[in-house]
Design a protein around this ligand. Structure first.
Ligand code: 5RP
Length: 263
């Protein structure tokens, strides 16, 4: 593998554990000021020391993250839609040159398998992979789920495998029953999104189960930044991802940190 690409991947999936805790704060690119991200800088800054990478758009990176932050950036490059219209009609919203200029360690792109924009999103992913190969930039494919799509192993396995076939270096999908089948059918590392805010124990258990069934980590957003103690929550998630803690042990850590005042 190209040295630059391998180096960037190692900045995402930590070589010490073979795992990663990615923090996703890109929601505004189609949702606007998402709950918890109304003031991105205030939300992001305290979490940075605990995130292996930060996934976000160039606009929030430039305005809300200090360049002195050492946290590697995964740049969201697909976009062009809003919650008011058909979400699957995304296109490429940020070019590779910009990703290089912003010192990204990967670019993230959504695919909409089964959606109206399926073909366009898949061909754009393939184009991005070609460019990524040219510049040593890993591509993370997000298997975005349309309103009418079931989040089951059959569908997520299909979307994850297609992403890998088109050359994605990492796939981001959802945890589901029979998740090990999704992992078994996908020859590149998988990270999970957290989805809508759950009770803390449920979210921690989801992270634990996804690791147990073969994910290399999480790329979580709302279950961390919408929690009333986000720092305690990301540290609890790190405990299951990097430190082999059980969900119960991680919840105990969350409660302890929260009681000590960790925000
Ligand atoms: C949307 C994304 C988001 O970053 C991701 O799904 C958000 O994470 P979470 O679901 O944990 O809030 O990629 O397509």
């Amino acid at each position: 593998m190209d040295w630059g690409l391998a180096n960037r991947l190692n900045l995402i999936i930590r070589p010490e554990t073979g795992r990663t805790v990615m923090l996703a704060v890109d929601h505004g690119y189609f949702q606007g000021p998402t709950t918890g991200l109304e003031n991105p800088r205030a939300t992001i800054t305290p979490l940075l020391p605990y995130a292996d990478t930060l996934m976000l758009t160039r606009g929030i990176l430039r305005t809300s993250v200090d360049p002195s932050s050492g946290t590697p950036v995964v740049l969201r490059v697909s976009g062009g839609t809003s919650v008011l219209k058909e979400l699957s009609n995304e296109g490429l919203a940020t070019c590779m040159e910009e990703a290089l200029r912003l010192n990204a360690v990967a670019v993230a792109h959504s695919i909409f398998v089964g959606g109206e924009g399926e073909r366009e999103s898949l061909l754009n992913l393939a184009k991005l992979v070609d460019e990524g190969q040219r510049y040593g930039m890993p591509v993370l494919a997000v298997t975005a789920v349309g309103r009418e799509m079931a989040r089951d192993a059959r569908y997520l396995g299909l979307a994850s495998r297609i992403a890998a076939e088109l050359g994605a270096n990492i796939v981001k999908t959802y945890y589901c029953d029979d998740f090990e089948k999704v992992v078994a059918g996908c020859p590149v590392p998988i990270v999970i999104a957290g989805g809508k805010k759950l009770a803390e124990y449920e979210a921690i258990k989801m992270a634990y189960n996804s690791i147990k069934h073969g994910a290399v980590g999480v790329d979580m957003g709302r279950n961390i930044f919408q929690c009333d103690a986000p720092v305690a929550m990301i540290r609890a998630v790190r405990a299951v991802v990097h430190e082999k803690k059980t969900a119960g042990q991680a919840l105990a850590l969350f409660e302890k940190l929260k009681n000590e005042g960790a925000k």
